[in-house]
Design a protein around this ligand. Sequence first.
Ligand SMILES: Cc1ncc(C[n+]2csc(CCOP(=O)(O)OP(=O)(O)O)c2C)c(N)n1
Length: 538
Amino acid sequence: MVEESHHEDIGATELNNSTSLARVIVRQIIEAGITDVVISPGSRNAPLSLAFYEAAQEKLINVHVRIDERTAAFFALGIIKSTGRPVPVVCTSGTAVANYHPAVLEASHTNAPLMVLTADRPAMLRKTGANQTTEQARIFGKAVRYFADIDGPVYPMELPLDSLRTGPIHLNLQFDEPLLPDDSSDWLSQINCAPKEFIVRTKPGTLRLVGARGVVVIGHDRGGLTVDEITKFTKVLGWPVITEDPLSFPDAIAHASIFLASQEIRSTLIPQSVLVIGRTTLSRSINAFIKSSPITYVVDQRLATVDSDRQADRKFTELPELQGVIHSDEWIAKWNKVSERAQKLIGSLVGWNEAVIARTIAATIPHDTALFVSSSRPIRDLEGFAQPRGGVHTYANRGLAGIDGNISTALGVAYGHTATIAVLGDLSFLHDLTGLIHKEAINCRFIVINNDGGGIFSTLPQRGVTGFETVFGTPHGLNPAAIAQAMGIDAKQISSIKELEAEIHAPISGISVVVCDVPDRESNADNLKKIVESFSSI
Ligand SMILES: Cc1ncc(C[n+]2csc(CCOP(=O)(O)OP(=O)(O)O)c2C)c(N)n1
């Protein structure tokens, strides 16, 4: 809680307005328990950059610097994911601001507390042709939960900080000259770091269940809930669990996205109701299964923000209290039977291909490692081919499933863990190369599945259309390992499962890149089709 007296305490009236505003804001950010900020260089944001730097000198906050604002915001998003704390990003005026937009959208669609602080020139300079001056007010539209266009020497932060509970916020700060401090006051003394407890205002709803033939389906980002919360809930429910993220739920039904692609198998597993936690974005087969249910329930915090029009028979923003729970041993046995058959078949796959690579990564990744996975094939292959297990902290950008910002998000995640493995496609990797520029001691090994272009498109109906390679496949002919090496990063190419296992087991210290040169995209799509077809009947 910030009192008005704080603003007077730091001598706001004796300072130039810009320095005063920056210090008041930085002080309140530190007092709110925020521990990391990501700054990009620029002059107009000098008041904030210097205030954060001074606070970092006093060990009150960690300052990270990224020259590319798109990278900066995704890196911040990764830190938010792994620490659970809000992270501010600070940039200058002009195009710099727009480079935050992809990460702001991703944050909006995952309710992530990204705090965007953009420097601006005074409002009177707008529309006058002044350098680096554009309409920054409300530039992120409905994607932010709070916006303010701020001038003057002070600003109370209660509302913006509170709004972070449901997603990103944007403060546009008009800094007039002088931009540098004209005093040397001890403005950081007596700072009182007191993170505010967020109060849960709602009571959980009650769900009265009908019938024993139910299934829980868990989306990759779990609707913002923790693995523990969901595990406790599903244990009470006792229904079969299908998950997009088999590395977080060891008791889940294995390989459901593969065997549910069979219409025949789906027709033998028609449920009475399905309870979806989060949202499913990976597999048509799982969506088709959900559609086969006469009743659907949804639990997702985003129903209160970005997904307010989502359809379901009952909607909850948090896990409901359950009434009328009944189990059917016969129903559970039916699922386990199909799952066991799938495990046998998928366990017997051999060769150097994307399916076996995904299965191997999932089985080999050491306990307590973090795993970041990119769209599009890598996350789907892990969903389909990983044997369910626990002990891994998994992350992905599934708010909007962009292939942008993935290196940066992975490194933000890795910043919050002792060891991280990030599995990316070659296009996702090439898309975010500036993300590799870093100064932090981060331990992250990138595994790049290099099929020279967008492999996902060969699995979609456009496969084979005239111009396919030019507008969908987009081969680049580049060597991601050589690019990483040119940036001073340890990198190698591999082409066998044995080498892959060794790379996953090897201790992770600093950033390294392992490029898996896999067979062409067409043969991979054929292989996937063959595997799915082998499940055409029970
Ligand atoms: C920012 C952005 N641009 C375009 C897309 C559309 N898209 C989805 S997957 C994909 C190709 C990804 O290729 P790669 O990372 O190599 O993975 P692969 O599909 O080969 O496994 C593209 C371009 C997107 N999701 N995000």
